[in-house]
Write a protein that binds this ligand. Structure first.
Ligand code: PHE
Length: 445
């Protein structure tokens, strides 16, 4: 099965497009707020450098050597126990599961773009009512925008790596950088910027506990798109002479840069106009709109720009979450790309409707188990469990199963003397950290 190749820039933008997502602009600022700022940011940055970067290289290497869908790549590369290792490739399923709620959230963002055009809520209370009304009673609006999101994503994926995914990223990513750049520059001119800098970069270690630690590690994985076969699938379409290490470095730098810029910008606005940094998942949907309202006309423009950039970030990640399983059915079952895209799209679309319903009054009680509804369970099980598990499988596979000579042949020329450090981190630091995270999440540690 021949896979279309990315251009070099196309690959980097697509991988960066996958990494830079709702995780950077929506999730990172609010969890940083919840865990008190500086110390949390520091742990996240150390994790990204020490573990995220190593696993990114490993994931790219599997795709690059395997050249096929995730399942076939594991199967072909494993020197023995091929049938067992092929299950490692099913981490691609996690991407499709994430899409169940990711598409719904992209739908909310579409809705916010449209409503920001007509006006903004004048207070936090009003903003809260707007958001909770949509969430708990407005099934139709959510379904409408979830449908739009499903159609765009399926259309792009159906057009393939070159004509769909690469094109989408070549257009949206530069625009995203410009929008975030402009808003960030504006933020630097405000007084609140200094407070924001202090909040994000002055560590207060008294705020750190094991949950904060685990959240930081989990988030580093989520934001870098690791452990779901997304980067692996894109790397199967790499040019043979593309430098994996350099590409990983650029992707990690862009992803971290956007998260820090977005965080600084949001906190500046919040400090300047009196919002709450620790207001949780509602930060961009509740606090921010009322902050934008207080900025006057400029705020309206910013609100639209902000939600557009969020939609761009979301869409470029969404296609990378869907593509691995699409590729799997094309490769293993000889489905046409169109059929495979529609089937995968329908999966997250239909199950996504259940995720919407799990917030809607009257349905919610049937779709809630324990402390979480269906939407939250999907988020929790994917981000907290499937992702670190996927990361662990890759670290073990590249660190212990692939012959060292095979790994060295590709990476020694690119890493030079850093090869030993990378290999050590992959074999020891990453697996240990991931096991701790997983044990902690199931409540054992
Ligand atoms: N990295 C994306 C984000 O930050 C999410 C994602 C995870 C995308 C895994 C692909 C694979 O939102």
């Amino acid at each position: 099965m021949k896979i279309a190749r990315f251009s070099k820039v196309g690959f980097i933008l697509a991988a960066a497009g996958s990494a830079v997502g709702l995780g950077n602009i929506w999730k990172f600022p609010y969890i940083t707020g919840e865990y008190g700022g500086g110390a949390f940011v520091l742990i996240y940055l150390i994790t990204v450098l020490l573990i995220g970067f190593s696993i990114m290289i490993a994931e790219m290497l599997i795709g690059y050597l395997g050249r096929r869908d995730t399942v076939s790549s594991f199967e072909e590369l494993a020197p023995r126990n091929k049938h067992l290792w092929k299950f490692g490739g099913f981490q691609a399923l996690a991407g499709l599961f994430v899409m169940i709620y990711y598409s719904v959230v992209i739908g909310w963002i579409f809705n916010y773009i449209v409503s920001a055009l007509s006006g903004l809520p004048s207070s936090v209370d009003e903003a809260k009512t707007v958001f909770t009304t949509m969430l708990h009673s407005d099934f139709k609006t959510q379904l409408f925008y979830h449908t739009a999101s499903f159609m765009i994503i399926t259309f792009v994926v159906a057009r393939g790596i070159k004509g769909g995914i690469e094109k989408l990223n070549m257009v949206l990513m530069p625009m995203l950088f410009i929008i975030v750049g402009v808003m960030f520059l504006y933020a630097t001119t405000l007084d609140g910027f200094h407070q924001a800098m202090e909040f994000m970069f002055k560590p207060d270690f008294s705020k750190i506990n094991s949950t904060a630690f685990v959240t930081a590690v989990g988030h580093a994985f989520f934001t870098l798109s690791l452990g779901m076969g997304a980067i692996m699938t894109y790397s199967a379409s790499l040019e043979k002479d593309q430098n994996i290490v350099k590409s990983s470095l650029i992707v990690v730098a862009l992803d971290t840069g956007i998260a820090l810029f977005a965080g600084l910008m949001l906190f500046t606005f919040l400090y300047q106009y009196g919002g709450e940094p620790s207001s949780g998942p509602g930060l961009v949907f509740i606090s921010l709109p009322s902050v934008f309202y207080q900025m006057g006309v400029l705020g309206n423009v910013f609100a639209v720009m902000f939600f557009i950039s969020l939609a761009f970030a979301g869409l470029t990640s969404a296609v990378s979450l869907t593509e691995p399983m699409v590729q799997y059915f094309i490769d293993r079952f000889s489905w046409s790309r169109l059929k495979s895209s529609i089937m995968m799209g329908l999966f997250f679309y239909l199950v996504g409707i259940i995720a919407i319903l799990s917030h809607i009054d009257g349905f919610a009680s049937y779709l809630t188990w324990g402390s979480r509804n269906f939407f939250d369970w999907v988020d929790f099980l994917t981000a907290a469990f499937m992702l670190p598990a996927g990361g662990l499988i890759m670290a073990v596979f590249v660190g212990y199963v692939l012959p060292k000579s095979q790994v060295e042949k590709v990476l020694r020329p690119q890493l030079g003397r850093a090869f030993g450090t990378w290999y050590f981190s992959l074999r020891y630091i990453a697996p240990i950290a991931l096991v701790i995270v997983m044990l902690n999440l199931v409540g054992i540690l």
